[in-house]
Design a protein around this ligand. Structure first.
Ligand SMILES: O=C(O)c1cc(C(=O)O)c2c(n1)C(=O)C(=O)c1cc(C(=O)O)[nH]c1-2
Length: 570
């Protein structure tokens, strides 16, 4: 591996990881391929056969504390590796559902995840399996025994740092994002040697902070004070809490960055680079190649971490190396992934009150300035020190939150799990205090419609048009999978794993898993048969922060099960 760790022993190699999307016998990466398309070439389960899809086994995570299960399973050589709430990792026999081993991180009392005690998945290379923990550590375990190989502190959990994202492995480096944007941390992307865990480079996401390479200062991120005033860059947020994708064709890592801190935008004039953006990063040295800011001077917690999926955009007889992102701010972006130029931005939810659209020449939003939550110094709030509340849509939980969309190169459509909601939001004064919430805002989320909040939407990236949609009563909070068998799978808080016709959106199959699904379904092949797995276990941000929506989902029971399905043998 060029400049990377020693060759992987006794397990997936760097080359296997890069080819993950083409090898349906295993799932080695979060995103089912480093580009993150979540597309499988398998076809045995298809619109003709899916009605017979049936469970073969289910595995319980156990424990007294269940909470949100947002994990995507990793599958290698007859073993499934899946993470659970409270920083747990399970190795399970893929044929029988028997437990091989379990690792429970010993978490300190003071962890501060903002939005439930979730984890989104592990990474595998060689004889090791890796995951990030809620006390901001990165752990490498022997994949066969579950024994700790190394366990590194990434950041200070007492300052509000945590880790919920799945790591990404590229050329012997394990690359991670961080969480903590609601506590005024500084977002970062970091690369470590996958064998030793030693830090190779670090790239802070907030302008003015210094990067490192091989133990020395490398370059500053941006230009100090260009888009931030005073010392605010030291507590500016921009957490990379969803991790990233990697495109081998342009040799770029793509990481989204979260909201600037605090939420009250009047306290931090300027664009606040590089928060609420997508960054293209050189995996060798951590240098930023380009950035695209989806919400400059974010005042709504629109964040910007949403996954950036590389794909070939076939338009007017040309093939453009593009990438797409369905942003929390309600716009679906198509960007030239070689240079960061905006190609198209179209709304994928019914209301985007904050902006009329995007200027394709400048790449900037056209704001509706009266829809920015007002400055509290002008008064007008319910009590002294509060700003005037306004109604804005989408809500801060977004037109889409963390749950990843999927892209099918067969239908050339993206499948986006969207939500229709708005919020009353107002600003307040706030000063930074280590380890305390740093928002300066108050809010109540409200549904926009009586009959549904969630909407799975098939979007044509050539036009931004919605080709079909499926409406769901509760907000959608699980990832999406698509297959060459012309299917789209996703789960619902009501507990169903559902399959849809990828071309028409017709609902073809559903199965109730007993708790809400907020995980990412996967499919793979073993012994000549196609399997589908998904984690079930309600939780995440909606029951904690959902305002009036939380009432609608309060009767959903928690859980923690890995379900596995296949077609019966004929
Ligand atoms: O700024 C951050 O560091 C950060 C981290 C996380 C997280 O790590 O899960 C979430 C958010 N922000 C966030 O804004 C958000 O809406 C959210 C939802 C969820 C979830 O798992 O349901 N996590 C997070």
């Amino acid at each position: 591996a060029p400049g990377g760790a020693a060759q992987a022993a006794g397990g997936p190699t760097d080359q296997d990881i890069l080819k993950d999307a083409e090898t349906p016998g295993d799932i080695l990466t979060y995103g089912m391929g480093t580009q993150g398309q979540r597309h499988s070439t398998l076809k045995a389960v298809n619109p003709d056969t899916v009605k017979k899809l049936a469970p073969v086994w289910a595995f319980s995570f156990g424990g007294e504390k269940q909470r949100g299960q947002e994990s995507q399973p990793i599958v290698h050589d007859g073993t499934i590796y899946v993470t659970g709430s409270y920083s747990r990792l399970f190795a399970i026999d893929a044929r029988t559902g028997d437990k091989k081993w379990q690792y429970d991180a010993r978490l300190p009392e003071g962890i501060m995840p903002c939005c439930d005690v979730v984890n989104r998945g592990a990474a595998i290379r060689g004889d090791k399996i890796y995951f990030g923990t809620l006390d901001a550590r990165l752990v490498a375990l022997n994949k066969d025994t579950g024994k700790v190989v190394w366990n590194k502190k990434v950041a200070d959990y007492q300052a509000g740092y945590s880790m919920t994202a799945a790591p990404l492995i590229v050329d012997g480096k394990i690359i991670t994002g961080n969480s903590g944007g609601e506590f005024g941390v500084v977002g970062a992307v970091e690369a470590r040697d996958a064998e030793s865990g030693e830090l190779i480079w670090s790239r802070p996401t907030v302008e003015g902070n210094m990067g490192t390479l091989n133990g020395k200062e490398s370059t500053m991120t941006g230009v100090k004070n260009a888009t931030w005033t005073g010392d605010l860059w030291q507590t500016g947020g921009g957490a990379t809490w969803l991790g990233g994708t990697y495109d081998p064709e342009t040799k770029s890592l793509f990481f989204g960055t979260g909201n600037p801190a605090p939420w009250n935008s009047h306290l931090r004039p300027g664009d606040n680079l590089y928060t609420s953006s997508t960054l293209a990063i050189n995996p060798d040295n951590g240098e930023i190649k380009w950035h695209f800011q989806t919400t400059p001077h974010d005042g709504w917690d629109f964040d910007g971490v949403n996954e950036f999926i590389s794909f070939d955009l076939k338009k007017e007889g040309k093939v453009i190396k593009a990438g797409a992102k369905a942003d929390r701010n309600g716009f679906f972006f198509v960007i030239d992934r070689t240079n960061g130029k905006l190609l198209n931005a179209t709304p994928f939810v019914t209301e985007t009150s904050w902006a009329k659209g995007f200027d394709l020449n400048t790449g900037k939003p056209i704001y509706n300035e009266d829809k920015r939550p007002p400055n509290p110094v002008d008064g007008g709030g319910a009590s002294a020190g509060q700003g005037k509340p306004i109604f804005a849509a989408p809500s801060f939980l977004g037109g889409k939150n963390w749950m990843p969309m999927a892209y099918s190169p067969d239908t050339e459509l993206f499948y986006v799990p969207a939500n229709e909601w708005g919020m009353d939001i107002w600003n307040e004064a706030i000063t930074y205090k280590k380890g305390a919430a740093y928002l300066g805002a108050g809010f109540t989320i409200k549904p926009l419609f009586e009959d549904y909040i969630g909407a799975l939407r098939a979007i044509d990236p050539k036009t931004g048009k919605i080709v079909w949609e499926y409406k769901n009563p509760a907000p959608l909070w699980g990832g999406v999978l698509t297959t060459a068998g012309n299917l789209v799978f996703t789960g619902t808080p009501e507990g169903y794993l559902k399959a849809f016709d990828a071309k028409t959106g017709a609902e073809l199959w559903k199965f109730n898993t007993g708790s809400g699904i907020v995980g990412c379904p996967v499919t793979w092949e073993m012994d000549g048969e196609q399997y589908v797995s998904v984690v079930s276990g309600w939780g995440g941000a909606v029951p904690l922060w959902g305002g009036e929506v939380a009432k609608k989902v309060k009767d959903i029971n928690q859980g923690g099960m890995l379900w596995t399905f296949k077609l019966p043998k004929t």
